[in-house]
Design a protein around this ligand. Structure first.
Ligand SMILES: [Zn+2]
Ligand SMILES: [Zn+2]
Length: 193
């Protein structure tokens, strides 16, 4: 693993700026790697790891920097729970750990560094310096990862009987004998104009 400040530089260039959320994300991912005992998640251990993130914010980009898990590699999964938490799954040893930022960590940061006026700065210091056990709660968990969710999965590509668009990774649904995409099956998040 690299040092926190090296990761900070990588995160700043990947994300466009360095902020408290980035540092929290870096610490969260570093803690997850430490708990799992992964030494080189972005290198030799890269095939061992899938990460579930529960928020789409600054911290999420930082988690990618440490873990090497990206959406486009299918190793980063987004579950929109709006929570500052992530679950790191070691596929080789079938272990997973969920790391969640403690609600109390912001207050603690204020207690420790009351004199720093800028709120972002006030949070960056403690997020760097506080022990991980004070910043985060840890839970060992089991994650049921379906075969189609694994990065290397090669499934049949199907075509939606309604819209004609291709569907990968078994995301099609059967409705009254027809193969439909999730959009045509009623999960559409957009409305055609
Ligand atoms: Zn940010
Ligand atoms: Zn369709």
């Amino acid at each position: 693993m690299k040092s926190l400040s090296e990761y900070e530089q990588l995160a700043a260039s990947a994300h466009g700026h360095l902020c408290a959320g980035q540092i929290l994300g870096l610490r969260m991912a570093l803690y997850g790697m430490e708990l799992l005992g992964l030494e080189d998640p972005a290198g030799k251990d890269r095939k061992r790891l899938i990460t579930y993130v529960e928020i789409d914010r600054c911290a999420t980009d930082a988690i990618s920097v440490v873990t090497g898990c990206r959406l486009g590699k299918r190793a980063l999964k987004f579950r929109d729970f709006g929570k500052m938490a992530a679950t790191f799954c070691d596929l080789r040893d079938a272990r997973a750990v969920r790391v969640a930022a403690r609600e109390s960590s912001k207050d603690r940061a204020r207690e420790l560094f009351p004199d720093i006026a800028d709120k972002n700065q006030q949070q960056m210091r403690p997020y760097r310096d506080m022990p991980a056990s004070e910043l985060f709660d840890v839970q060992w968990v089991r994650v049921a990862i379906g075969p189609a969710d694994f990065p290397g999965y090669k499934g049949a590509r199907r075509v939606c009987a309604e819209c004609g668009e291709g569907i990968n990774f078994d995301r099609d649904v059967e409705r009254e004998g027809r193969t439909l995409c999730r959009g045509c099956a009623g999960e559409r998040y957009y409305a055609p104009l």
